[in-house]
Design a protein around this ligand. Structure first.
Ligand SMILES: Cc1cc2nc3c(=O)[nH]c(=O)nc-3n(C[C@H](O)[C@H](O)[C@H](O)COP(=O)(O)OP(=O)(O)OC[C@H]3O[C@@H](n4cnc5c(N)ncnc54)[C@H](O)[C@@H]3O)c2cc1C
Length: 402
C-alpha cells in the first residue's frame, strides 16, 4: 500500500501513530490545530518563572512499556532518568513521614488481595467502596488511586484500579520504577518525535484544524483533503474535540489537574531525599523538583481549578513552604497551570462508554488515551492507541517501537 496516512492531532497518540507509520516507510501528513505538538503533555517557556516548565508534572512507571519503547525509538530516553521504586510521603497536618515500597505494599496481604480484585469485583464497584475501610486507605490506597486515575476514590472504578495494580505488580520491582522527565516532557516525548518524522519525510502542518469528516474526505479550515483508494486517516483527538466533527461521540466526564510551579532561590531538598514526594492532609498531592523549580500536582482538582490562580498559589504555597525550610517563607515567582480536561473521569459508567478505534468507515480510524483499552488515560494509553491505529491503518500488525 503506498497511499498517504493523514494523522490529525499531534498529542502523544497522534505522534506515536505518525512515528510508527513513518518508520514503516509510509508517507505521513500530521495535522495539528495548535502551533505546537504535545497536546496535554508538553513543555513551554514560562515568563513568570523564567524557566522551561511542563504543563503538568508527568511520571511514567516501568510497567508503561509501550511508552518507554516509544521514547527509546525516537531517542527520548536520554532526557529521562529512572529511580528505584521508593515513594516517600509526608502528611501536611502532622509530622508523619512514611515510604511506600513494593515490599510495603505486600505487608498487609488481605488489603492487597482486595485491591487486586479478589474476591471478585462488581463492575460498578468504586475504590473507596472496596478499600475505604482499610486502615491504610488515606496513606496508601487513596493517594495511589487519585494519582493513577485522576478521579476521587469515591467514584473511581475499582476494576480499573485492580487491573492497573495487577499489571504493575506482575512486573516486579522493575515495573514500579519511576521514570522522571528530567529535561521536560517535550525533550523526551515530543521534540525527538518531530525530528524523527521530519527525517522520514513526513509533512507537519500546524495551525491546521480539522472541521469535518466524511467517509472519503477530511475538511480543514484551509480546505479539503480527499482520501484516495490507498489513503488512510487517523483522528487522534480527545472526545470533546472529536464530537465537533463526528456524530454520536459519547459525552465523557472529565477531571482537572492543577499544577503550581514555584521558582526558588536554589534547588530544594525534599523530605525523603528524592526529587519527588507524596503528600496527604491538604490539597497538594505530589511535589517534584527540577533544578530550582518545585512543582505541586493536584489531581481530581475540579473544585480547586474553579478558584483564581492567585488563590491557588497562596493555598498551595502555604501548604508546602514548611517542607522546604524557613528560607522559603515568602511566595516566590510562580505559574499556575489548570488543565480542566486533563483526563476522563475514570468512573465505572464513563469507562463503559469508551469507544473502539474503528469508525465504520474503512479508511478512518481513531486514536487517543480515551479509547477502550486496559489503561486509564495516560501516556501509555495514548501511545499504545497510536500504535494500534498505525497497525490498523497500514495493515501491518507487526509494527512496534523496538
Ligand atoms: C496535568 C496533567 C498531568 C498528567 N500526568 C500524567 C502522568 O503523570 N502520567 C501519565 O501517563 N499521564 C499523565 N497525564 C495524561 C496524559 O498527558 C494524556 O493521557 C495524554 O497526553 C493524552 O494524549 P492524546 O494524544 O490522547 O490527547 P491530546 O494530548 O489531547 O492530543 C490531542 C491533540 O489534538 C489536537 N487537536 C484538537 N482538536 C483538533 C482539530 N480539530 N484539528 C487538529 N488537531 C486538533 C490538540 O491540539 C492536541 O494536540 C496527565 C495529563 C495532564 C493534563
Amino acid at each position: 500500500m503506498t497511499g498517504t496516512l493523514h494523522v490529525v492531532g499531534a498529542g502523544l497518540a497522534g505522534l506515536a501513530c505518525a512515528v510508527a507509520a513513518a518508520r514503516a516507510g509510509r508517507h505521513v501528513v500530521l495535522h495539528e490545530s495548535a502551533g505546537h505538538a504535545g497536546g496535554r503533555c508538553r513543555s513551554f517557556e514560562d515568563d513568570s518563572t523564567g524557566r522551561l516548565i511542563d504543563n503538568g508534572t508527568h511520571l511514567l512507571l516501568g510497567v508503561n512499556q509501550t511508552a518507554l519503547a516509544y521514547a527509546g525509538a525516537i531517542g527520548g530516553l536520554d532526557s529521562m532518568s529512572c529511580r528505584t521504586p521508593r515513594f516517600p510521603f509526608a502528611d501536611l497536618t502532622d509530622a508523619r513521614r512514611w515510604v511506600l515500597t513494593p515490599a510495603g505494599l505486600m505487608s498487609r496481604p488481605w488489603d492487597l488481595i482486595r485491591a487486586l480484585g479478589f474476591p471478585a469485583l462488581r463492575s460498578d464497584e468504586t475504590v473507596a467502596g472496596r478499600l475505604g475501610k482499610s486502615p491504610r486507605f488515606h496513606d496508601v490506597w487513596e493517594p495511589l488511586c487519585v494519582a493513577a486515575l485522576n478521579t476521587a476514590a469515591e467514584e473511581s472504578s475499582a476494576p480499573m484500579f485492580a487491573r492497573l495494580l495487577r499489571a504493575t505488580l506482575a512486573g516486579g520491582a522493575k515495573a514500579l520504577r519511576p521514570w522522571l522527565f528530567t529535561k521536560g516532557l517535550s525533550a523526551a516525548l515530543v521534540e525527538p518525535a518531530l525530528h524523527t518524522l521530519a527525517s522520514r519525510g513526513a509533512e507537519l502542518r500546524f495551525h491546521h484544524r480539522l472541521t469535518g469528516v466524511a467517509e472519503d474526505r477530511l475538511s480543514f479550515d484551509g480546505g479539503d483533503v480527499a482520501l484516495g483508494p490507498a489513503d488512510r486517516a487517523v483522528l487522534a483527538l480527545p472526545p470533546w474535540r472529536l464530537e465537533r466533527v463526528m456524530a454520536n461521540v459519547p459525552s465523557m466526564p472529565t477531571r482537572a489537574i492543577v499544577n503550581a510551579h514555584f521558582r526558588l532561590d536554589g534547588m530544594p531538598a525534599l523530605p525523603g531525599g528524592l526529587p519527588y514526594l507524596g503528600t496527604t492532609g491538604g490539597h497538594s498531592q505530589w511535589l517534584s523538583v527540577r533544578d530550582d523549580v518545585v512543582s505541586v500536582t493536584v489531581s481530581a482538582a475540579d473544585r480547586l481549578a474553579a478558584r483564581s490562580a492567585d488563590d491557588i498559589a497562596a493555598i498551595l504555597w502555604r501548604e508546602i513552604a514548611p517542607l522546604l525550610g524557613p528560607a522559603n517563607a515568602a511566595l516566590p515567582a510562580h505559574r499556575i497551570v489548570k488543565e480542566r480536561r486533563a483526563t476522563l473521569a475514570h468512573t465505572p459508567a464513563a469507562i463503559s462508554r469508551r469507544w473502539p478505534a474503528t469508525t465504520g468507515w474503512p479508511k478512518i480510524h481513531l486514536a487517543g488515551d480515551w479509547l477502550a483499552g486496559p489503561w486509564p488515560c495516560t501516556i501509555e494509553a495514548a501511545v499504545a492507541s497510536g500504535l494500534s491505529a498505525a497497525r490498523l491503518a497500514t495493515d501491518r500488525s507487526d509494527l512496534a517501537f523496538t
